[in-house]
Each structure stands twice: as C-alpha cells, then as structure tokens.
Write a protein that binds this ligand. Structure first.
Ligand code: FHN
Length: 710
C-alpha cells in the first residue's frame, strides 16, 4: 500500500518535472514532423506513383571509388560488401582518398548503360550519387570529396545518364546515403561514435546541415525533371544515428523542391516514404496494399568486387522478377561497374537473357498488378530449423491486369495439361504470349484446365494469357486454416534490417544487458505504423512461434513490450521521451496486468489512473496516433478476482471516445466455462500460449484493422 502510494507520488513528480521539457520538444518538432504528403489525396498519390507502379523492373547501380580496390585491401580480400571496404578494413581517410586519384572511368558510356537497361526491359535506373564513403559521384559544391574535386575524371555521370535516360525514355533516380558518411562527419556502421580515424570525428548536425542538406538540394535541382526517385539508405540499422529533426530537414527539401519525387522508407526519423524496400529478399506475400520493391545483387556484392564470381543465373533472376511482380512489387536489380566504367560481363549476359524474355513476355510484367490467387507458392522444408524453412515452389506465378490474367509457368507439364485452381471468373480466351493462337481449355469445379503444346515456348518461363469476363478476377477464398509463412524466400546476409517482416519487428531484438536500449533503437529506426505497448504480454508473444504475426507486416509494426513493466514503467518511459518522433497510425496499449498481479492491494482506481495517464501521454507525445486500449486481462497467478478487473475496466472503458481512443475488452475470451482464466490458453495462469494469442488476434483484429484503414 505504502509502496504503491510512493510510486504514484514519484510518477506525479516525474510528470510535473518532465512536462515543460516534452511540451517544448513537441513544439520544436512540429514543423519538420510534417510528412509533407499528408494532405495528398488518393487520386493525387496514384497519379504520382503511376509510372513507378507500372515500371516493375529497374537497374540499381552501385558505383564509386570503392571500385578501385574492388574488394581487396593490401592484397587480402576484405569481408563484406565491396562498396563498404573502407569500413570493412578500417581504412584511414587519407589512405582511402588515394583511391579517388585512380578512379578514371574513361570507358564510361552513359548511352550504352541506359540502352542496356532498356533492352533488358527496365524502366528506371537508380544510381549511387553518394554512398557511405561520402564520395559524391557528381560535381558538388559542398566539399572537395567528389569526382571533380578529387579524381582525374572531371565528369558528371549523373548528368550524362540523365540525358541518356531522356533519350531512351527511362526514369533516373539517385541513391543518397543520408546518415552514414565516413568522410564528412556522418555516422558509421556500428554507431555514431564508432569511427576508426580521428579525421572522421565531426558533428552529425554539422554534417547534416553542411553536407547532406546542400547536396540533396543540388541533386533535387540540377537535373531537370530528374531525379524521379530519391533512394535513401541506412537510417540507422540497430544503431542510433539520424534523428527525427535531422531527417525532417531532408524530408522538407523534397517536399518543397520536388514533391513529385518518389522516396523509399529508409530516410529515418519515422518518415514513411512512398515505397517499402525488401533488400535481398522477397517477402512471402509482398506488402499487400503498399508500393514495394526488392533490391538485389547479381552476385554477392553491390559495388564491384573483382573476386566475387557468385553470379546468379538468368533463370534465377528471371524467376525472381516474375515472382516479385506476382506479389505486386518492383525489382531493382543491381550492377557494380568497374573503376574504368565497365559493367561486368556476367551482369550484361544476364540482362541480355532477361531482355530477350521480356521482348516476348514483357506484357505480363510491365503495368501488371499482383496475383488474385492466395497461394504464395512456398513449401515447408521440414529438415530446416529456424529461419528460411520455407522454400519457393517454382511451378507457376500469376500477374494481372483488368480483365486479364498472366499465368507464368516455370514447370511446363509433360502431359500438355495445366490446371489453374481456384479461378471463378469465366475465361473467354486463352493464348500464349509467344503465340497468339487460341488454346483449348475447359472450365469447371473452380478450375481451368489448359491444353498446352508439348514444348514450352521458353525454357525458363512461358506465359499463358487468360482473358476473363470480370475486370478483377474472382477466385476461391483462402482455404480454412491457411497460414502464411513468415520467412522471406531468400535472405543472404545483409546489414539492413529496414525491410522488416512482422517477425523482425515483433521479435524482441536481443536478450541480456542493453536489451531495452537496443529494442528502442530498433523502434526508432522506423518507420513505425503500428505500435504495441505493453509488458510481457507483448514481449513474449513472438517466442510462441506465431506465424500469423505476418498479418501485421503491412502496417510497419513495432513491439515495445518489456517483460515485468508495470503501468508506472511504461508511463515513465514514454513521459521521458522514449517514443518521441515516431508516428504510428495506431498504438495498441495492453497494460495493467502486472499492477494487479504484483500489488494485490493496489486499488482498482489507482491502476486505472495509471492507464489513463498512459493514454493521455501517448496522445500528447504521438499526436497523430489513434489508441486501441485493451481492457486489463484476467490472470490466475497470483489470482486476481474478476471483480477487480471489472472495476478497472469499467473506469478505463470511459476513455474510449470513438475518435482518438477506442476501448475494447476481450478478457472474456480468456476465461473457461467456469469463469476462471483458462489454463488451456494460459497454462501459467498469466501468459497466453499460441492458441491464446490466436484468440486474442481474432478478438481484436477487426477493430484494429478498421482503425488502421481509416
Ligand atoms: O549498406 C548498404 C549497402 O552497401 C547497399 O547500398 C544496400 C542497397 O540496398 N543498402 C545498404 C544496406 O542496407
């Protein structure tokens, strides 16, 4: 009793002391926090995104002075991506600068590069204007660490590429490493302070104001209608670097100078951007409802590495293209040119191969939208433990356009008969993209049976067009009990967890010391669209192996549940600014259980009061969020009577105002027929097991989904 009274006094003091501070912070943040596109209507956004959505296939180019060492330092191969050799080998700045003197790409031919991309069926190019080594691949006025300032090659390849792109009808985008900059005072891998050369020690704010801001301004204003895309990178992968106000300065530039530019979700500071990025992987279901892109290397590196010959085949990359398109995404496929300006031959061969296929079958990719079918074409490999248990099945994929389905068949049937299951729309006509003659087919029992020629028109992938009677295909519903695997299909090592799956986002990051700080860093890494705030109830759930969490993935979820936290702790954390700067659309609050458990003598009013304060502070700190407040759950260990929980929930239910706070009591679902907490789903009397979480999900998802979609 005395203890809880003391705690409440302490909270009151903390709140009183902290109020002016966070009020002031909120005011400071107000201007840069503006998303810029918040007033954009759906029609405006659709118009702005139209070319990108139709493009489907683009070329990523990682090119810079790192192509001089090309993965080798002092005669030894350096582990990791070749473009990051400076940090990989901790090369001092003065020494690294010498590479610039050798960077003389006399064989660079912008027209040839763009034509190569066009012939491959690519519709846009994104090139590194500045990577983490800070070297500007264009003549910047911000400093001398650029092509013109430090290399013998006084060119502006961005300008030359822009002209070539206009000539060949492609869009040009710029990659800009806005937070990491190992030369100019930006952050470095492993943390802002983790620099390896005293010459690197500058202030991050100074770097943002005097390098990043002027350079981004140059990039946005010096290239006419380009860039069409601004591709941010590494806002802080598990390391706190760019802050919300710093990121806001860059976001503001884009908004003011080129609001039409498409940006990805990697700026940091809680800014969502326009497109989701999946790096080196293909999410099982894509990001339904969102614009997304998989970027991928052709071998094991982005920048040129002379020793890397792990080239993926045309077949593999073409299947990726079809697979990504079938999930509604874009494929940004990378090349790493040499310091002479030559794109490695194996890359060219693959692009030629894909280009030949696209000439015949490009219609199935360009302008297409995702498959209407539910099957993600993945199979479980029971022998594999942990990650990547699911493997893609290379049987077929589907893309769509109004009134048309494109069935892309990888595994051509020897029988000549191919079945498309689950199609309810009437098929009017079937034909191959490679041959417009009508194909015979029958339709019935929710499926279409196609009679195909014995020989596949293409050894890798052949496309059958189905003209259907409905603009949007009608398909059979998801089978009962069907669950989507959470693992991505392929995810070779990357230091970039920004493309977070639900599993990534909801799994507690680390155990042991510093866990809370790291968890927070991960949340701040953003963007966060859906925040769960709680105690062990949220902290523990991912360890239950729930594959259904992927259902949240589309909403950029983050989990800030800390085992053992009581309402006081949660309140203390958020009052003291831990969540400042993130802008979830919805915050789900699940607290209170620990208060009723640990302090059985705590009055219901007190617990309710703590929860009420949490809701208030969340609204104050995260002004754009809506709150889904779940009623306190019942518990059997130690036993807390239903009456007390009812009393708390009766009070907090009044917080629901249907506008910014929705209150939902789902506690009844966790009781057995006698009204006691069910040991079936709460074996320890306190925490839900996998079934319990499914019940929890079913009970709260309809409300949460409505709030997310509002
Ligand atoms: O560290 C970089 C890496 O070098 C490369 O640029 C990729 C491309 O997506 N992005 C970063 C890692 O996420």
């Amino acid at each position: 009793m005395i203890r809880s009274t003391l705690i409440h006094c302490l909270i009151a003091l903390l709140l009183a002391a902290a109020t002016p501070l966070y009020a002031q912070k909120t005011a400071e943040n107000a201007a840069p926090t503006a998303q810029g596109y918040e007033n954009e209507t759906k029609a405006q956004r659709d118009a702005r995104m139209a070319w990108w959505r139709d493009a489907k296939f683009g070329l990523f180019i990682h090119w810079g002075v790192y192509s001089v060492p090309a993965g080798i330092y002092k005669g030894e191969p350096v582990k990791g991506y070749a473009e990051k050799i400076m940090s990989g080998a901790k090369i001092p700045m003065a020494e690294y600068q010498l590479y610039a003197k050798e960077f003389n790409p006399v064989k660079f031919d912008a027209n040839a590069w763009v034509k190569m991309a066009k012939d491959a069926g690519m519709k846009y190019i994104v090139i590194t204007a500045k990577h983490h080594d800070g070297f500007a691949m264009y003549p910047t006025k911000a400093n001398q660490w650029s092509l013109v300032g430090a290399s013998p090659w006084k060119h502006d390849p961005l300008q030359e590429l822009a002209e070539a792109c206009r000539k060949y009808g492609l869009k040009l985008g710029f990659y800009y490493s806005q937070a990491q900059d190992w030369h100019n005072g930006g952050s470095v891998s492993g943390g802002v302070e983790n620099k390896w050369d005293p010459a690197q020690h500058h202030d991050l704010d100074d770097y943002i104001d005097n390098v990043a801001v002027p350079q981004v301004k140059e990039l946005l204003t010096q290239y006419g209608d380009f860039p069409a895309v601004l591709w941010w990178d590494t806002p802080g992968s598990n390391r706190p670097n760019i802050t919300q106000p710093q990121a806001a300065k860059l976001r503001k530039l884009v908004h003011e100078l080129r609001p039409d530019v498409i940006t990805n979700n990697r700026l940091g500071g809680g800014f969502m951007g326009d497109t989701e990025v999946a790096e080196q992987n293909i999410p099982p279901e894509g990001f339904p409802g969102l614009d997304w892109e998989t970027c991928m290397t052709m071998n094991g590196t982005w920048g040129y590495n002379r020793a890397d010959d792990r080239w993926k085949s045309t077949e593999v990359l073409l299947r990726h293209l079809c697979n990504i398109a079938s999930k509604g995404g874009n494929f940004l496929l990378n090349v790493g040119p040499t310091s002479e300006g030559v794109i490695p031959e194996p890359s060219i061969e693959v692009l030629n191969g894909i280009g030949q296929w696209m000439k015949v079958n490009g219609e199935a990719i360009h302008g297409s939208r995702s498959t209407p079918f539910h099957d993600p074409h993945l199979q479980l490999n029971p022998k594999k433990q942990g990650k990547k248990r699911f493997e893609p099945v290379w049987d077929w994929r589907c893309t769509s356009k109004p009134g048309m389905l494109y069935i892309i068949i990888f595994d051509w049937p020897v029988t000549g008969e191919f079945e498309v299951p689950g199609l309810l729309s009437k098929v009017n006509r079937a034909y191959l993209l490679a041959d417009p003659q009508n194909l015979k087919f029958t339709q019935g029992d929710d499926r279409v049976r196609l009679m195909l020629p014995k020989e596949a028109p293409d050894p890798i992938a052949s496309v059958v067009c189905l003209e259907i009677a409905d603009a949007q295909a009608k398909v059979a519903p998801k089978p009962e009990g069907w669950e989507l695997p959470v693992e991505a299909e392929s995810a070779p090592g990357t230091d970039a967890p920004q493309s977070r799956t639900a599993q990534d986002a909801l799994t507690p990051v680390v155990k042991g010391p510093g866990r809370h700080r790291k968890l927070l860093a991960r949340i701040k890494e953003g963007p966060v669209g859906l925040l769960f705030l709680g105690d062990s109830i949220t902290d523990k759930w991912p360890s239950k192996g729930l594959e259904s969490w992927v259902r949240f993935a589309h909403y950029q979820p983050a989990n800030f549940g800390i085992s053992g936290d009581r309402t006081e702790h949660v309140l203390w954390r958020i009052t003291n600014g831990e969540l400042d700067g993130i802008q979830p659309k919805v915050t789900v609050i699940m607290v209170g259980t620990n208060n009723i458990g640990h302090f059985n003598d705590e009055k219901a009013e007190w617990t309710a009061d703590g929860i009420k304060k949490i809701v208030e502070v969340v609204h104050e700190k995260l002004p754009k969020t809506k709150v889904l407040l779940l009623g306190v759950f019942p518990r059997a260990r130690p036993k807390v009577t239903g009456k007390k929980i009812e009393a708390i929930n009766r009070i907090i239910s009044k917080l629901g105002d249907a506008e910014k706070t929705v209150y939902l009591d789902i506690g009844q679902k966790f009781l057995d027929t006698t009204g006691e907490p069910s040991t079936e789903i709460m074996p320890d009397g306190l925490h839900l097991n996998a079934n319990g979480y499914e019940i929890w999900y079913e009970a709260m998802w309809p409300t949460l989904e409505t709030m997310l979609k509002e």
